[in-house]
Design a protein around this ligand. Structure first.
Ligand code: FAD
Length: 336
């Protein structure tokens, strides 16, 4: 694996925006086709929605796997892509795309610029931002006991965990962490959950302390968070509870943001493509959740993103070299 941030002068054959499942599989395919590949990802880690929204859930509809944990699928995709040593730029968000007169495409990011012959936009539902809570202590302790993402449940072993939220993520993580943490308290500002009924029923039977109609007032601590003051939003009753970790699951905002200003034809949240996954800008392709071909059914599924990635990359390969065919040949006949 080669990591690189901040841009570089050497133009790539293809630069993939987004390291979700579509971008990772595209990176593999581009490597298989002998292309110089770079992947630019806004988050610190690969995996897209699988990493951010449901890392420890099983997926049942990935071909070849009766069931697979989202994190395990990412790991396998990363391993598959890394065989060809793509350049990887994490925590780098593409802000603009411009096709130059010499035919190269210039991608500007928050860290620098990148030159490339073709681009595959695999930006999913856009860059993620968790909804943040503006209460005393929350910003101060972010990363020091306060988290908007859970990377691994083992990090919370034997801790006193406070979960804030009432949706699927809050309820699912409370159920997962009850077996790892010393104690789990879940507060939700409403008197009903928005999560799956079955999960809520399981939660109510579990040892998780559930406090409905409660909100977070403030966090306290020293070098890290140590306690949380919560209050009942109907009675005003307050109490301060000792905590080692606070997980805030208040939903995410994912917006296409700058993608909409790249001169690509868009339809609400999607970049319009044709059957070759080409956008209206020559050399720029789109695949996965972000791509929509008005002539076919739109399904935001991992398997669809894989197929679209293969189409886009093979078409990009052929566009760079008139001798190259779109059909890559069968991988089973190659020696990697
Ligand atoms: P994403 O996974 O969204 O990845 C896009 C990546 O691009 C992100 O990492 C993002 O940070 C990055 N990015 C965006 N903008 C920029 C930018 N400007 N610069 C740099 N990087 C950028 N599908 C199934 O097939 N089966 C399931 O069981 C299933 N379960 C799901 C459960 C949940 C709760 C959710 C929310 C989705 C589920 N899906 C499932 C859908 C599946 O996760 C998506 O179809 C898939 O993640 C799309 O992959 P993608 O790579 O196209 O986009």
């Amino acid at each position: 694996m080669v990591s690189e941030n901040g841009g570089q002068r050497e133009a790539q054959d293809i630069t993939i925006v987004g390291a979700g499942p579509t971008g990772l599989f595209a990176a593999f395919y581009a490597g298989l086709r002998g292309m110089k590949v770079k992947v630019i990802e806004a988050l610190p880690e690969p995996g897209g929605q699988l990493r951010v929204l449901y890392p420890e859930k099983y997926i049942y509809d990935v071909p070849g796997f009766p069931k697979i944990l989202a994190l395990d699928l990412i790991q396998a995709l990363v391993e598959q892509a890394y065989q060809f040593h793509p350049l990887l730029c994490f925590e780098e968000r593409v802000t603009s795309l411009e096709r130059r007169e010499d035919g190269l495409i210039r991608l500007q990011t928050n860290r620098g610029e990148h030159l490339t012959r073709t681009v595959l936009v695999a930006a999913g539902i856009g860059a993620f931002h968790p909804n943040r809570l503006d209460r005393p202590g929350v910003a101060e302790f972010e990363g020091r006991g306060v988290y908007y993402f859970v990377r691994e449940k083992a990090a919370f072993r034997d801790q006193r965990v406070l979960i804030v939220g009432g949706g699927d993520s809050a309820v699912d993580w409370a159920l997962i962490l009850k077996d790892w943490a010393r104690e789990v308290t879940l507060i939700h500002r409403r008197d009903q959950f928005r999560a799956l009924e079955g999960s809520v029923a399981e939660l109510m039977r579990s040892p998780v302390r559930v406090m409905l109609s409660h909100e977070l007032k403030a966090l306290h601590g020293d070098d890290r968070v140590r306690a949380a003051t919560v209050f009942h939003n109907k009675t005003g009753d307050e109490r301060t509870i000792p905590v080692d970790a606070v997980l805030l699951f208040l939903g995410f905002k994912a917006d296409l943001g700058p993608v909409k200003r790249w001169g690509l034809a868009v339809d609400k949240r999607h970049i319009l493509v044709n059957g070759r996954m080409e956008t209206n800008v020559p050399g720029v392709y789109a695949a996965g959740d972000i791509a929509r071909n008005p002539d076919t059914v739109y399904l935001n599924l991992i398997a669809i993103g894989f197929a679209q990635a293969a189409i886009a990359v093979n078409c990009a390969r052929a566009s760079l070299d008139p001798e190259a065919r779109v059909f890559p040949g069968h991988s089973s006949e190659k020696r990697l």
